[in-house]
Design a protein around this ligand. Structure first.
Ligand code: PA5
Length: 444
């Protein structure tokens, strides 16, 4: 269940009603097709239509990895890793990877192929050198530079350690095409499918997200149940998903071009990262779109809080709150009371956190930053599935309401072309010469 409250947003119900027909038309396009990019709507019915046979294979593979590995390395970038990371970090302990394996009950999960940092790779290779590990490579195309480099290096380490990659490499890619599928078939590695009709940023509830999430000991049945309940709830014509899409479009039309997703739980940090890709890649095109930013409170109240309160008035805030902590902590009394905080003795940390949230919400609203609130019940598998579906559907509806294709990402290619040209990739010689001439002697 996701509760949506826009009472502190300055937007009224009559304003929402005024654009309701546009938003409902956008919802119809998401559900039935007919809009731009409608060959990428596989995620809409996924919570019901997912491949049950593959789901069983995912659980079996997860069990095998849990049995023979201390670490699972998930190789992927963008939509091929953010969802899994968001789920694992939201649901498991903040110290999950640092716990001894006996306490964790499953391998730690680390990520690679989402950067091209030599430092990161060296540190990872060093970290893995005395550990048993497996690798889940996730790439629809199979040729994305960052994960491909990481896989070269990590499969070489597997070969060195075990003399073979067999039993330790799991590949999630296109069902029949692409370099990765061909390679997996040649080597006989188990494969899982990135469905043709689901783009990376909408893929967390496919094998892309589910295999690493299952390895991390998370109940993927509960996750799919949460998504399925959300799918049913958001098929009505009046619901939180429609309202969120409507309110953010109204705010955008009034000049609020930046949306900040705020949380008060460190475990929600990667929900913010995943959400930034979902909304940024879906809406930021044709010179339009809300810029999605994310903050972790109360941490960032001591850094970006100043800007939010008094900087340029171009933003609104969406606060993602959690109704119940897994376990609360009571603040103890101090005889010395040097910090003067004995008025909090006996109160819980969650109570203080909730007052920080309410106080900030009112302060930021007073500072002309409209606040929207999304509340989930708990940070568990069911609520992750529900929330992921909520954000995906609201994103599709919001994108169509804005007037863009929410399912393509043509702008992502520009940096790749330049990078290949500067790396002298065959076929890019002319472009490379032109770019090096532009750089002259300064940045070469
Ligand atoms: O959302 C997307 O489509 C992208 O973020 C891709 O997932 C990302 O670029 C990785 O692509 P691939 O899975 O082909 O390696």
């Amino acid at each position: 269940m996701v509760k949506f409250d826009y009472s502190e947003s300055t937007i009224t119900k009559s304003e929402v009603d005024a654009i309701r027909s546009q938003v409902l038309e956008a919802k119809r396009l998401v559900e039935n097709g007919g809009g731009a990019g409608d060959d990428f709507l596989g995620w809409v019915k996924l919570p019901e239509n997912y491949d049950k046979e593959e789901f069983v294979r995912i659980k079996e593979a997860a069990k095998n990895i849990q049995g023979n590995s201390d670490v699972l390395v998930v190789i992927g970038i963008g939509g091929s890793y953010l969802g899994a990371r968001a789920a694992i970090e939201m649901i498991n302990s903040s110290f999950f990877n640092a716990l001894p394996k006996e306490k964790r009950g499953c391998p730690s999960v680390v990520f690679a192929g989402n950067n091209i940092s030599a430092n990161y790779m060296n540190e990872l290779l060093e970290y893995l050198s005395d550990k048993d590990f497996s690798v889940n490579v996730i790439s629809k195309s199979g040729t994305t530079t960052e994960p491909a480099i990481a896989f070269r290096l990590l499969s070489a380490l597997l070969e060195k350690k075990y003399g073979t990659c067999d039993g330790r490499v799991f590949i999630t890619t296109d069902k029949s095409r692409g370099a990765m599928k061909k390679y997996a078939d040649e080597k006989g590695f188990p494969t899982f499918v990135v469905p043709d009709d689901i783009g990376g940023r909408y893929s967390v509830l496919t094998a892309v997200g589910l295999l690493p999430i299952a390895v991390a000991g998370i109940d993927i049945d509960a996750m799919m149940k949460g998504a399925c309940d959300a799918m049913k709830e958001y098929s009505s014509d009046e619901n939180a998903c429609i309202e969120y899409a409507a309110v953010r479009n109204i705010l955008y039309r009034k000049g609020k071009t930046v949306e900040i997703l705020a949380n008060y739980e460190p475990r929600l940090h990667y929900i913010g990262e995943w959400w930034k890709q979902l909304y940024g890649e879906s809406e930021g095109k044709n010179g339009m779109g809300i810029f999605p930013a994310a903050v972790d409170f109360s941490t960032d109240l001591h850094s970006l809080g100043q800007y939010i309160q008094q900087g340029r008035r171009v933003m609104f805030e969406t606060v993602l709150t959690v109704k119940e902590p897994d376990k609360d902590v009571t603040i103890i009394n101090s005889e010395e009371n040097t910090d003067g905080l004995n008025f909090l003795s006996g109160k819980t940390m969650n109570y203080v956190n909730s007052r920080a949230f309410l106080g900030t919400l009112l302060a930021h609203t007073d500072g002309q930053v409209p606040n929207l609130v999304l509340e989930i019940e708990k940070m568990d598998a069911y609520n992750f599935g529900f929330l992921a579906y909520f954000f995906e559907k609201a994103c599709g509806i919001s994108g169509y309401t804005l007037g863009v294709n929410p399912f393509d990402q043509p702008g992502v290619e520009a940096y790749k072309k330049n990078m290949f040209a500067l790396l002298n990739k065959p076929g890019y010689e002319e472009a490379g010469a032109a770019l090096y001439a532009r750089l002259k002697n300064n940045l070469k």
